[in-house]
Design a protein around this ligand. Structure first.
Ligand SMILES: Nc1ncnc2c1ncn2[C@@H]1O[C@H](COP(=O)(O)OP(=O)(O)OP(=O)(O)O)[C@@H](O)[C@H]1O
Ligand SMILES: [Mg+2]
Length: 453
């Protein structure tokens, strides 16, 4: 064996050692890689789990926020909107994206902006919890009243405001309705008491008025007879005078005739009796009308004389219209008896007649106005048209007249309930119809139709 073979063997041995070292190192590296990959896989799995959990949590928080009936708005300190819930989108009528970045103050009624800022400041300063009411603009140009509570929260070293906005328009409407109902009940009780009192007084006046009327009639008849006797006595006095008989008596009679002014008495006494009889007849008419009117309204329909009821109502309400309008009636005698709730129908006529008088009054007093009431028998209905030459109504008034508590009159003159009650009585209680035709400055007509059966 030569030297070069030895050398060669050594080199091969060295190479083999290196190779086996490298193979081991590679095997170790592969094992390490495998274990790291496993670790990474597990970390990744955990991460995916966490992301899923975070997503679920976020979806749950969203669902919770969107299920809140109140509006929730998150803003930064500059009051710029960062997030809102679904109720808020509904309340303001603006899509979610359209709200982002806008100032919450844009939605507050102008005159309340300073107060709203003050509430935000006090919330930022963590002062006591306050709930205040503000009006918020809506897309249709209106406002909704809402109670606002503001709190703060911290996120990423920044402070934010959370505005909790509760729409209270329903609550307010219910409260208003409750108050109105109470007022209506109180009014109804008051009117019932006044009605009963008026009915009682009318009843008390009725009997003496009747015998005053009867006595005046009797006195008128007696007076005519006394005048007849007096005329004969005067003829006798004249005959005595001419024949020169009983001249003492004749002189005494002449003196009395002059002292008491017989001519005047003969003229005035019958006049006075006639006027008194007319006056007491008027009193009796009014008393009868009051009795009819204050009669506790039965809720049941019964045959009802519409023409007579309008007449009665005109008498009762005379004070309202006598100085501002003349009343013209044109009654169809074929109207006959119609099934109605008497108290309700009386109220309908009274409300419309009083409104007509007010409308004429509003227009001015230069000339007397006119209230015209026409009744007509139609095929299976009765039509009642009550027209006035009053101020008429602009469209924005017309569309509201049947709404409860709508009035254009000053406090004390109108409560805005009249036509709401009229509408209820005609449409709900009598299954009839009521329409209005009006021209500003010219007048108004209410056209009522009631079924005959
Ligand atoms: N004949 C009319 N002419 C002009 N406007 C009328 C007439 N009738 C009603 N109105 C208008 O409709 C409104 C509502 O009438 P409604 O009778 O319901 O209430 P009111 O008369 O104001 O009060 P209330 O009848 O309760 O005392 C009135 O305020 C008035 O503006
Ligand atoms: Mg009225």
């Amino acid at each position: 064996m030569c030297v070069c073979d030895d050398d060669k063997d050594r080199k091969i041995a060295t190479l083999r050692k290196r190779l086996s070292r490298e193979v081991r190192a590679r095997e170790q590296a592969e094992q390490l890689l495998e274990s790291k990959a496993l670790e990474l896989f597990q970390v990744n799995q955990n991460l995916l789990g966490s992301i899923q959990k975070a997503k679920n949590r976020s979806a749950r928080v969203n669902a919770i926020m969107n299920s809140i009936k109140d509006s929730v708005v998150a803003t930064n300190q500059k009051m710029e909107i960062l997030d809102v819930n679904k109720s808020c989108v509904g309340m303001w009528g603006i899509p979610y994206a359209g709200l982002m970045g806008r100032s919450v103050l844009e939605f507050v009624e102008n005159r309340q902006i300073a107060d709203y800022e003050a509430l935000c400041l006090s919330a930022s300063a963590d002062e006591q919890d306050e709930i205040k009411e503000f009006n918020f603009r809506t897309l249709d140009g209106g406002f909704v009243p809402a109670e606002v509570k503001i709190s703060t929260f911290q996120h990423d070293d920044e402070r934010f405001l959370l505005h909790l906005i509760r729409n209270v328009s329903n609550k307010k409407r219910l409260q208003k309705e409750r108050e109105a109902m109470q007022e209506e009940l109180a009014n109804a009780a008051k009117w019932e008491a006044v009605g009963q009192l008026a009915g009682g007084i009318a009843h008390e006046i009725n009997t003496p008025a009747q015998y005053i009327g009867d006595n005046l009639h009797f006195l008128s008849e007696c007076n005519e007879e006394i005048l007849e006797i007096l005329n004969k006595a005067l003829e006798l006095k004249k005959a005595c005078e001419q024949n020169g008989q009983y001249l003492d008596y004749v002189q005494e009679i002449d003196r009395l005739i002059e002292a008491y002014d017989l001519e005047y008495l003969c003229e005035e006494v019958p006049q006075a009796l006639k006027q008194s009889a007319q006056g007491i007849a008027q009193v009796s008419h009014i008393v009868r009308a009051m009795k009819n009117f204050s009669h506790p309204g039965t809720e049941e329909k019964k045959p009802f004389d519409i023409n007579a009821a309008i007449d009665t109502t005109l008498t009762v309400s005379r004070n309202e219209w006598k100085n501002i309008a003349t009343v013209v009636t044109d009654f169809d005698e074929h109207v006959g008896l119609v099934p109605c709730i008497p108290g309700g129908m009386n109220q309908v006529f009274l409300n419309i007649i009083v409104n007509a008088a007010h409308a004429i009054d509003v227009k001015g007093h230069e000339t007397m106005g006119e209230i015209r009431i026409v009744t007509r028998k139609l095929a299976d209905q009765v039509e009642i048209v009550i027209s006035d030459t009053g101020c008429g109504m602009p469209p924005e008034v017309v569309k509201n007249i049947f709404n409860p508590f709508f009035t254009t009159k000053e406090v004390g003159r109108g409560t805005g309930q009249g036509l709401a009650i009229v509408n209820d009585i005609i449409v709900q209680k009598h299954k009839g119809t009521i329409k209005v035709a009006t021209k500003e400055g010219k007048g108004t007509s209410f056209i009522i139709r009631i079924p005959c059966k």
